[in-house]
Design a protein around this ligand. Structure first.
Ligand SMILES: N[C@@H](CCC[C@H](N)C(=O)O)C(=O)O
Length: 262
């Protein structure tokens, strides 16, 4: 007897070129083993993406959809800013997202989506950054770190070192959970250039949570104002570190195509 044919529908989306496979498990539960996540994310053997996003019914009051983010290496991320805007577009009606980083309210303003990414955690990694970095054997003097629900270190200065330093620092013993490593250049008090080596994904065209962390880290070092345009290889995000401690991220989201895996 032939086994039943299993199909899996997905939508390919991107936010400033940070690309995602979105799988909607709100009606029919979807279970994805690590090995399948790695294969779907693979650009040669699967569909290819920077993160796979799995939706399921919300379980908390006040939330509209439960969202999980997986990196191509199979690891799960607590937050993903660019994917959060894509989920807001996919679900519609300015949903509240239930994520590991908390409940994230979304707002649509024309073609732009604003996500309140929650409070930046400033206690994260302040002390270790002042001691020599194990792999580079020198302190990360021009660096600061914070958590946006996922770990981010930002190095201010040369953005050309992302490809070489990113993979080394991602796995430096300074960061027991590994970290996303941002390379930022301050252009003016309200404008910075940023490239991000993402944990579990590598260099991407844009990183939403990385842009939020870079602005928080820059403000703490007196480098920018609290509202700042962040220009990444894939385009611009507007980030505001609000007085209540939460970070507002505004930018576009794009649907590329719908597909079915047999
Ligand atoms: N692309 C993301 C961040 C993805 C998560 C990251 N790789 C991690 O493991 O923390 C964004 O837009 O925020």
């Amino acid at each position: 007897m032939r086994s039943p044919i299993m199909t899996l529908s997905f939508t390919k989306m991107h936010g400033l070129g940070n690309d995602f496979i979105v799988i909607d498990g709100r009606q029919i539960p979807v279970v994805l083993p690590d090995s399948l996540i790695r294969r779907l994310c693979d650009r040669h053997l699967g569909i290819g993406c920077d993160q796979l996003v799995l939706l399921s019914p919300a379980t908390l009051e006040g939330a509209d959809v439960h969202v999980r983010f997986f990196n191509p290496d199979g690891s799960e991320a607590g937050a993903c800013g660019n994917a959060s805007r894509c989920v807001a577009l996919f679900v519609g009606n300015s949903p509240v997202l239930q994520t590991r980083a908390g409940l994230l309210p979304t707002t649509q303003k024309g073609e732009q989506f604003a996500i309140n990414m929650g409070a930046a955690r400033l206690d994260w990694q302040d002390i270790p950054l002042s001691r020599p970095c194990d792999t580079l054997h020198l302190p990360l003097e021009n660096a600061a770190a914070c958590s946006m629900g996922n770990p981010h270190a930002t190095l201010f200065g040369d953005i050309g070192r992302a490809e070489t330093l990113g993979p080394v620092l991602e796995r430096d013993p300074l960061f027991p959970e590994r970290a996303n490593i941002g390379f930022a250049q301050i252009l003016s008090p309200d404008h910075m250039r940023l490239r991000v080596w993402e944990r579990g994904a590598g260099l991407t065209l844009a990183c939403g949570s990385g842009a939020c962390a870079a602005v928080v880290n820059a403000v703490r070092r007196g480098l920018t104002e609290r509202t700042c345009t962040v220009t990444m290889d894939g385009g611009d995000l507007t980030i505001t570190w609000q007085e209540d401690g939460t970070v507002l991220m505004t930018g576009p989201a794009t649907t590329v195509f719908h597909g079915t895996l047999a």
